[in-house]
Design a protein around this ligand. Structure first.
Ligand code: AMP
Length: 283
C-alpha cells in the first residue's frame, strides 16, 4: 500500500494508473476506521480497479464547541486495517497540505444543505463541500463512495458534483449497523456503559415511526412528535431533529410517500448520534 502525504506524491501514485487504463475509486474518511468504513472499501473494490482511501480529520467541518480536539485519531491502526483490506493507496494529508497559509476558498452548496444537520451545525456542509472538492481534484477518481449514514452529506455532495459538472459517479453505501441496530460510527466509542444500551433506540424509533406513518400517511406531525417524545423518555437528552423529508431534494414532506426519508439527530449526554431510513421500504 502506498501512503502519500502530499499532493505531488499522491499524483505520482495515481497518474500511472490512469495511463494504464485503471479505474479509481475514492473513499474519503476521517479515520478511526470501523467496519462501516470497510463496507465502503468493499464496494469500492467491486466497482473500481484501484482503491484510494483518504484519512483526514477536516477541521473546517467542525463548528466552535464541537468535538474536533477529542475526535479519535489512530493513524497507525487505520493504516494496518486499510493494508489488511487490500487498499492500494492511503492518502494522509496534513492540515497544512489541505489548507496552506493564505487558503481562502469555500465551496458552499445551497438547498439540500439547509435544515437538518445544516441548521444545527452552521458551516458544517461548507467544510464538507470544500474538502470533498479538494479531494476530488487531487485524486481525480472515476467513482466516489460515500455512506448513507450521513445522508444529507451524500445529497450535498451529489448536488455539488452535478452543479460543477464533475466527471465522477457517486455511489451511496447502505448503513452498516451493530447487531442491535445502532449505526456504526467513530463517535460510538464516546458512549458510556450506561448510554450504550440506550443508543440503539434511535434506529428502533425510526422503525416504529415508519410503521406508524405507513398506517397513517397523513398524520406526520403527530407521529413525529410521538417519536421525539419516545426518544426523550428512553433517555436521550435532546432530539435535534426527527423529520420526514423528500429523499432526493430533502425538502420537508407533509405526507408520507414512497419517495420520503426519515432522518434523526439526537444527543445522549455529549454524544451526538444521527441515523436515517427510507420511509417507504418494508411495512
Ligand atoms: P467519517 O469517517 O465519519 O467521515 O465517514 C467516512 C465515510 O464513511 C462517510 O461517507 C460516511 O457516511 C461513511 N460511514 C460512516 N459510518 C458508516 C456506516 N455505519 N455505514 C455506512 N457508511 C458509513
Amino acid at each position: 500500500m502506498q501512503i502519500p502525504r502530499t499532493v505531488p506524491s499522491l499524483r505520482d501514485a495515481v497518474r500511472p494508473l490512469f495511463f494504464r487504463g485503471k479505474s479509481v475509486a475514492l473513499v474519503p474518511t476521517m479515520g478511526a476506521l470501523h467496519s462501516g468504513h470497510m463496507s465502503l472499501v468493499k464496494l469500492a473494490k467491486k466497482y473500481a480497479d484501484v482503491v484510494v482511501v483518504s484519512l483526514f480529520v477536516n477541521p473546517r467541518q467542525f463548528g466552535a464547541g464541537e468535538d474536533l480536539a477529542q475526535y479519535p485519531r489512530q493513524e497507525r491502526r487505520d493504516l494496518e486495517i486499510l493494508e489488511h483490506h487490500g487498499v492500494d493507496i492511503a492518502y494522509v494529508p496534513s492540515e497544512t497540505v489541505m489548507y496552506p497559509k493564505h487558503f481562502s476558498t469555500t465551496i458552499s452548496v445551497g438547498g439540500v444543505s439547509e435544515g437538518l444537520c445544516g441548521a444545527h451545525r452552521p458551516g458544517h456542509f461548507d467544510g464538507v463541500a470544500t474538502v470533498v472538492t479538494k479531494l476530488l481534484l487531487q485524486v481525480s477518481p472515476d467513482i466516489l463512495i460515500l455512506g448513507e449514514k450521513d445522508y444529507q452529506q451524500l445529497m450535498v455532495v451529489k448536488r455539488l458534483i452535478d452543479d460543477l459538472d464533475m466527471e465522477v459517479s457517486v455511489i451511496g453505501a447502505p448503513i452498516a449497523r451493530e447487531s442491535d441496530g445502532l449505526a456504526l460510527s467513530s463517535r460510538n466509542m464516546y458512549l458510556t456503559a450506561e448510554q450504550r444500551p440506550i443508543a440503539p433506540r434511535l434506529y428502533a424509533t425510526l422503525l416504529e415511526v415508519r410503521a406508524e406513518l405507513q398506517r397513517h400517511p397523513e398524520e406526520v406531525e403527530t407521529i413525529i412528535d410521538k417519536g421525539k417524545q419516545a426518544l426523550l423518555n428512553d433517555g436521550f437528552s435532546e432530539v435535534e431533529y426527527l423529520e420526514l423529508r423528500d429523499s432526493e431534494m430533502l425538502t420537508p414532506a407533509k405526507y408520507f410517500s414512497q419517495h420520503t426519508r426519515l432522518l434523526v439527530a439526537a444527543r445522549l449526554g455529549n454524544v451526538r448520534l444521527i441515523d436515517n431510513i427510507p420511509a417507504g421500504d418494508e411495512s
